[in-house]
Design a protein around this ligand. Structure first.
Ligand code: AP5
Length: 193
């Protein structure tokens, strides 16, 4: 089963993708985590990406499309994957369908985590990493910019999936555990033993 998790910054995509990976054996593909790994490794892409990410802006589509194309071709994705953070633009959504069709693969469901703006700002303001640090893009002005860009560039892909009957809405305001249960129910997933 291949899934897309959509939702604004702070909606809980990463939290839920990790739980689905742990409990149901689906591989999490987080573009944010992949980019942060490039930054941490000091690669040329990481150096360019850091400045863009810190401002809350998007990395150019061709880079992100190439990154996902090579990632889903890896053997650990064969049992199913969860896209967390991709697609984020109309051209990424279209490119994804093309690259999956080339591999005779499909997206089985697109889940939208819905959380109101006040809650998103609150969650990201209090989010801390394992070392207690705050992500540079969680600074309140940058969060507001990320939310605006989500509305302008990512929300317009929702009708694309809705039209095909693939979009399912999940109330992301509930507890982490209940959100996970609702996702599992929507997908008909049973916990791996
Ligand atoms: P990315 O890392 O993907 O950031 P994002 O989409 O803005 O998502 P976040 O990680 O902020 O939030 P989330 O929805 O995963 O929520 P989380 O589970 O962490 O991308 C970062 C940057 O990389 C982008 O801005 C862009 O620059 C670049 N980028 C990435 N992909 C790209 C692409 N495809 N194209 C172009 N550029 C790209 O939860 C947030 C907080 O809330 C946590 O503290 C969590 O503990 C808490 N929480 C979660 N669920 C609940 C709940 N149910 N109740 C209470 N608290 C909760």
């Amino acid at each position: 089963m291949n899934i897309i998790l959509l939702g604004p910054p702070g909606a809980g995509k990463g939290t839920q993708a990790k739980r689905l990976e742990e409990h149901y054996g689906l591989r999490q593909i987080s573009t944010g985590d992949m980019l942060r790994a490039e930054v941490a490794a000091g690669t040329p892409l990481g150096k360019d990406a850091k400045a863009v990410m810190d401002k809350g802006l998007f990395i150019p589509d061709p880079i992100m499309i190439g990154m996902i194309k090579s990632r889903i071709a890896q053997p650990d994705c064969a049992r199913g994957f969860i896209l967390d953070g991709f697609p984020r633009t109309e051209s990424q959504a279209q490119a994804l369908d093309v690259m999956l069709a080339e591999k005779n693969m499909t997206i089985d469901a697109v889940l939208l985590l819905e959380v109101n703006s006040d809650q998103l700002v609150e969650r990201l303001a209090s989010r801390r990493g394992p070392d207690g640090s705050r992500r540079a893009d969680d600074e309140p002005d940058t969060v507001r910019k990320r939310l605006k860009i989500y509305d302008e560039q990512t929300a317009p892909i929702l009708p694309y999936y809705k039209k095909e009957g693939r979009l399912r809405r999940i109330d992301g305001m509930q507890s982490v555990e209940v959100v996970e249960q609702e996702i599992a129910k929507a997908l008909g997933l049973e916990k791996a033993s």
